[in-house]
Design a protein around this ligand. Structure first.
Ligand SMILES: Cc1cc2nc3c(=O)[nH]c(=O)nc-3n(C[C@H](O)[C@H](O)[C@H](O)COP(=O)(O)OP(=O)(O)OC[C@H]3O[C@@H](n4cnc5c(N)ncnc54)[C@H](O)[C@@H]3O)c2cc1C
Length: 468
């Protein structure tokens, strides 16, 4: 979790790094809230949840991650997420919060432009719940892609469901790919923490050559989008394989600080201190989502979104590493305070310069394309046509195939199977991502168009969709 608490650090420096990573699309006012509230909110989080971040001589032991000017990351070896999740679950149990497990959100029910409840599926039953306020915290959408670091549940349900209910969704073209994931022998994808590059790991090709410095002078410490693309282009050259090389990092340091990675690979008889590990980029983080204001409020009265499902404006075109957990802590606290304090609803207001439902020209007709037969085929389509490197022609093809598939599903009877419902959500969100990517005729942050490889001042706007 990124926070500017180190002795040479400042909120201004954290703001600068975040804005720079966001590539002109971050909302500076919102970033200012993030960095200026970070200290108090993080201290409150530590006190309240009881997470013990790593310390050295009583002081926090900050790790360095790509895009940050200096070490700023609170961590617990390379198992931070695991410890945070465990502590949160334990806290929720102690607080006696009512948790209904395995309830699957189907629909947000609205009346005019405010929410009145939700429909969920629980043990095969369709249940209606009424609510004055709903906080959506349904996470990201990495599962739309063939290779992802995300959990099986990250299918973008909340974003698709909110969109169908009338919420504004934004910045969806900005899908962040993490440069260093590895596919384990059992097919599972494991993320290799960015901090390992901060500690000196090198990225090499199968001829042992370092190549990332050709793309950015910061070499392995450049931002994720730059490194992911460098790896993508290198992989295109005669099917080159790419590796992470830790042989120059002291063995003691690896075993202590990257214990999780060391142990995982050891289970597969690989010693990361002695042999380079094959890596691939993987879909990792959705920068966009349900557009909300500084209190997590959407345009639908009573509907809040927090965490990766939301689009607060912090990340812009590219999230700075470890800003997501900080964003979740800061803006979820603000959303809860707004509800608990009974503050007057402010709601999201779009700015004049924001594009809403921009038109697209697909150039072809639905009859000319094949339907997508299942989730795996959708993931292939997204990976190949809406992935790390995109272009107009293939984006149009993806949109047409998704539209045709969706039309076919619309003609069927009502669906009550969870897997099929998830597929519908995935199709809807995939279409929105591909459409935003087609509209944005430039390359910016983690959105890269082969046919428009440069940044264009004209596109310093957000692309928003709302169901008419
Ligand atoms: C491997 C990995 C490492 C990361 N490392 C970092 C890091 O070091 N620093 C950092 O800042 N960020 C990191 N991130 C990003 C960060 O962890 C995520 O953005 C964050 O955990 C998202 O939290 P969330 O609460 O928004 O969503 P999640 O934690 O994904 O939770 C979403 C929940 O919603 C549920 N859900 C989804 N759909 C439905 C539905 N239809 N009905 C009911 N429930 C539903 C899911 O089951 C899940 O429980 C990492 C992400 C990954 C994958």
């Amino acid at each position: 979790m990124a926070v500017a608490l180190g002795k040479d650090d400042s909120t201004e420096l954290h703001l600068k790094d975040t804005i720079e990573s966001g590539a002109g699309i971050s909302d500076e006012e919102i970033v200012r809230i993030l960095v200026s509230e970070a200290k108090n909110r993080v201290e409150e989080f530590i006190r309240f949840v009881g997470v013990q971040f790593e310390r050295k001589n009583e002081e926090f032991d900050f790790a360095l991650e790509g895009g940050h000017s200096l070490p700023r990351i609170l961590h617990i070896r390379d198992k931070t997420g695991e410890y945070i999740q465990k502590s949160l679950v334990e806290k929720a149990m102690r607080e006696n919060i009512r948790i209904i497990e395995n309830a699957f959100l189907l629909k947000i029910v609205t009346e005019e432009s405010y929410v009145i409840g939700a429909e969920v599926m629980l043990n095969g039953e369709h249940i209606k719940m009424s609510a004055d306020n709903i906080i959506l915290a349904t996470g990201g959408s990495g599962q739309l892609y063939k290779i992802t670091t995300n959990a099986q549940t990250a299918t973008g349900d909340g974003i698709a469901i909110a969109y169908r209910a009338g919420a504004v969704v934004s910045n969806l073209e900005f899908v962040q790919f993490h440069p260093t994931a590895t596919i384990l022998p059992d097919g599972k994808v494991r993320l290799i923490t960015e901090a390992i590059r901060g500690a000196g790991a090198k990225i090499i090709n199968d001829r042992g050559e370092r190549f990332v410095c050709k793309y950015d002078e910061r070499c392995e410490l450049a931002t994720r989008d730059i490194i992911s693309r460098a790896i993508y282009f290198e992989m295109q050259k005669k099917n080159t394989r790419i590796y992470l090389d830790l042989r120059d990092v002291p063995e003691e340091k690896i075993k202590k600080e990257f214990e999780g990675f060391y142990e995982t690979m050891a289970r597969y008889r690989k010693d990361i201190t002695k042999e380079p590990i094959e890596i691939v980029p993987a879909a990792h983080y959705m920068n966009g989502g349900i557009r909300v204001n500084e209190f997590g409020q959407s345009n639908l009265e009573g509907l809040y979104a927090i965490g990766e499902a939301s689009c607060t404006g912090v990340h812009g075109a590219n999230r700075l590493a470890s800003n997501s957990l900080l964003e979740a802590v800061v803006f979820s606290s603000r959303a809860v305070e707004a509800i608990v304090n009974g503050a007057k609803w402010k709601g999201l207001r779009l700015e004049k310069k924001d594009l809403v439902n921009p038109p697209i020209d697909l150039g072809k007709h639905l009859e000319d394309v094949k339907i997508i037969k299942d989730v795996n085929e959708l993931k292939e389509v997204m990976w190949n046509k809406v992935g790390i490197v995109r272009e107009g022609k293939t984006l149009s093809e993806a949109i047409l195939r998704i539209k045709k598939t969706r039309d076919k599903i619309n003609q069927q009877k009502k669906i009550f199977d969870k897997k099929q419902l998830e597929f519908v959500n995935m199709l809807d969100l995939s279409e929105l991502i591909a459409t935003a990517a087609l509209v944005r005729e430039e390359s910016r942050g983690c959105h890269y168009r082969k046919d428009f490889p440069s940044e264009n001042e004209k596109w310093k706007v957000t692309i928003n969709f709302v169901l008419q």
